[in-house]
Design a protein around this ligand. Structure first.
Ligand SMILES: *Cc1c(COP(=O)(O)O)cnc(C)c1O
Length: 408
């Protein structure tokens, strides 16, 4: 039977200690032991089911972690206080001084800054490549390479990584393939396609209500144990732990993720088709003009569509800013970074979320000034939304007014 990620969450059942339909929230930083021996064993990592201290793990964080592991089809998972709090310990756990990383050049700005500016302090170097070119990826591998890093659907250019192809390269060279799946939860399941570690910023679609930051690392039990190891685990020692109250809140939101993803995808697909018909340069993995449309189709769990992210190019930063301000004034969405909210969010990535990337590199990767990134919301009437966006574009001379066929 095909891997059906939403079924796995649906089948997970956790009761509260009084039979509540949601698990009880663990509201403690530390836990008592009945015997000193069990405390010792727990430090050694040999006391299953015993809690020690909430930076290590807590019941609420374990519930959320198990639900996310179930979505991704991995053995287990470790939640963290933010997406960067998941990414940075994974890199530092897998690499030591002298090691090398091959990374996609179109990745989240924070991740890019970490690999470009921060890890070199520890003598960990990264080569940035065009991830859609498997031969370029393989050519960048050196004898010191330990990690292959990419996003399933990249930020902000919506390039699609060939996860099966990258997994084969990783296997051949004995590397770990680490995939950030933040843009495509449920839609793409990287672990089932061969990724070793799958990361999410829970801040985005998974939590979906823009009320917290959060992250998760999904992987094998062995790797997650390594991250949590009290002596040398990067997650344990760097300390980016999610709070229990927040973990329980994210878990409740996770229960509706499958419905939200379907609506985000439906709305984004509708708008992408309309924008393209109107002659706007539109990037969306669900339209045929996207260079990786077929590749995306070959990896996707069909029911959830092509995701909620799209970009258009309106020619200049000035036009982009005018349009975003006008759309915000008409309550069509918010001029804000981030994604996965019920409301449409838009920003110009070149001057915001990707501003860590130097301008000449932005040009080389196709990140133009007039680019607007949209995270399409859960609008109930997307046809009406489209008509209103179109009106904004006509007012700003981005589009010619449509001739009214009936009056002509
Ligand atoms: C937002 C984001 C991150 C970072 O997550 P935070 O929760 O903000 O720390 C990482 N990767 C991608 C693709 C993102 O969109």
């Amino acid at each position: 039977m095909a891997f059906k990620p939403a079924n796995h969450i649906q089948d997970l059942q956790y009761f509260g200690e009084f039979g509540g339909v949601n698990p009880s929230i663990s509201d403690s930083s530390t836990y008592t032991f009945l015997s000193a021996k069990t405390m010792f064993d727990t430090f050694e990592g040999n006391a299953d089911g015993c809690y020690l201290y909430s930076r290590h793990t807590s019941p609420s964080n374990l519930y959320l972690g198990e639900a996310l592991a179930a979505i991704e089809g991995t053995e287990t998972a470790n939640v963290s206080a933010s997406g960067m709090g998941a990414i940075t310990p994974v890199i530092l756990q897998l690499c030591t001084a002298g090691d090398h990383i091959v990374s996609s050049r179109t990745i989240y700005g924070g991740t890019y800054a970490f690999l470009k500016n921060f890890t070199p302090r520890f003598n960990i170097e990264t080569s940035f490549v065009d991830i859609t070119k498997l031969d370029a990826v393989e050519a960048a591998i050196t004898k010191n390479t330990k990690v292959l890093y990419c996003e399933s659907v990249s930020n902000p250019l919506l390039e699609v990584a060939n996860i099966r192809g990258l997994a084969a390269i990783a296997k051949r060279h004995d590397l770990k393939l680490v995939v950030d799946n933040t843009f495509s939860p449920l839609t793409i399941s990287p672990a089932t396609l061969g990724a070793n570690v799958v990361i999410h910023s829970l801040t985005k679609f998974i939590n979906g209500s823009s009320d917290t930051v959060g992250g998760v690392v999904c992987g094998t039990q062995e790797f997650i144990n390594d991250l949590r190891n009290v002596n040398d685990g990067a997650s344990m020692l760097l300390g980016s732990t999610m709070d229990s109250l927040r973990a329980s809140s994210v878990l409740k939101n996770l229960r509706t993720l499958h419905i939200r993803m379907q609506q985000h995808s439906f709305n984004a697909s509708f708008l992408a088709k309309k924008f393209e018909e109107d002659g706007l340069k539109t990037v969306y993995p669900g339209i045929k003009s996207h260079p990786s449309h077929e590749l995306f189709k070959s990896m996707m769990n069909e029911k959830y569509g092509f995701g909620g992210m799209l970009t258009i190019d309106v020619g200049s930063l000035e036009k982009a800013n005018e349009l975003m301000e006008l759309m915000q004034n008409r309550n069509l969405g918010y001029l804000a970074v981030s994604l996965g909210f019920y409301k449409t969010l838009f920003s110009a990535p070149g001057s915001s979320t990707s501003s860590e990337i130097p301008e000449d590199e932005q040009v080389e990767m196709g990140l133009s000034d007039g680019l607007i990134r949209f995270s399409i919301g859960l609008d109930a009437d997307i046809e009406r939304t489209y008509q209103m966006i179109r009106m904004c574009m006509e007012e700003l001379n981005i589009l010619e007014p449509k001739e009214d066929v009936e009056l002509a």
